[in-house]
Design a protein around this ligand. Structure first.
Ligand code: ARG
Length: 284
């Protein structure tokens, strides 16, 4: 009989995937025409065709993994609409719409709202406070982690709690490179024993203590993982979709029993986005 050391037993514990429901928006009009985060340089060239190919590969990856992907139509003049994570927050069929901080993105909110109403989401509220949806909100299955500091208004956290009827834990972001919560943290496993990966330096000291208390066994990412937007990952509980460059993080995840799937998102990163930014999860 082979005896497995406890740490190996833990790392070999079978991770289970659950089927997910995603909303994405093709980068038909993708461009970097303005700068609303430090990643965006309107003078640097963007290859729109390559962006489309990379986005398509991301979508194909989800479909290969057995997930449902729905699409919202891109709109001319809204180059950031590809970042569908910012479209709204859906928990148990209830939708809290988005309200963008930058005037350049403001008109997206109504297009996304229309998609939800056209697709039968009756229980929808548009917010009074600025909230960039899953850019700053991460659902753990039990509570909503909510970032503020650059985009989402802290007052939107209590609005989300009230409208969605879920407990909200506020986290303060302090590094402009990690301007949305989903650039610094993602949920690996939803549920009562939720698991996350995050980059501590993106958070204030107090928020770091909150994260340590809530997730003592979190996967801790380093500066190199964060710098390629490695924390902008998408997990189904077992399969984790990560930017190609996030090799250190991939190793930590593989050691814990996750299956990593790398995608090239280099063109979309020129706008400050990665896999998760392109993906809203409809949590039903
Ligand atoms: N250029 C976009 C912006 O700055 C990128 C949004 C990325 N989305 C996200 N969920 N982090 O608003």
């Amino acid at each position: 009989m082979t005896v497995i050391a406890p740490e190996l037993a833990e790392s070999r514990s079978a991770k289970e995937a659950t089927a997910r429901h995603y909303l994405m928006c093709p980068p038909e009009y993708f461009a970097v025409e303005y700068s609303i985060n430090p990643w965006m340089d309107p003078s640097a060239p963007v290859d729109a065709e390559l962006a489309m190919a990379q986005w398509t590969e991301l979508k194909n990856t989800y479909e290969r993994l057995g997930h449902a992907v729905e699409l919202v139509d891109a709109q001319p003049g809204l180059p950031d609409m590809v970042f569908a994570a910012n479209s709204g927050t859906v928990i148990d069929g209830r939708v809290l719409g988005a309200r963008f901080r930058a005037p350049e993105r403001a008109a997206e909110a109504e297009h996304f709202r229309r998609w939800f109403t056209d697709h039968g989401y009756r229980d929808l509220v548009m917010p009074e406070r600025i909230n960039e949806a899953e850019g700053d909100f991460a659902w753990t299955g039990g509570f909503l982690l909510a970032g503020h500091g650059f985009r989402t208004d802290p007052a939107a956290h209590s609005e989300a709690q009230e409208q969605l009827g879920v407990p909200v834990v506020s986290l303060s972001l302090r590094d402009p490179n990690y301007y949305h919560l989903d650039t610094a943290l993602f949920v690996l496993e939803k549920g009562p024993e939720a698991k996350v990966a995050y980059y501590p330096e993106a958070f204030s000291a107090g928020s770091r203590r909150v994260l340590e208390r809530l997730f003592p066994d979190a996967v801790i990412a380093d500066a190199a993982d964060a710098a390629c937007l490695g924390l902008n990952g998408v997990s189904d509980g077992r399969n984790v979709v990560l930017p190609a460059e996030a090799t250190g993080l991939a190793k930590s995840l593989t050691d814990r029993g996750y299956a990593v799937h790398h995608v090239d998102i280099a063109e979309l990163r020129k706008s400050g986005g990665g896999p998760k930014c392109c993906t809203l999860e409809i949590h039903s």
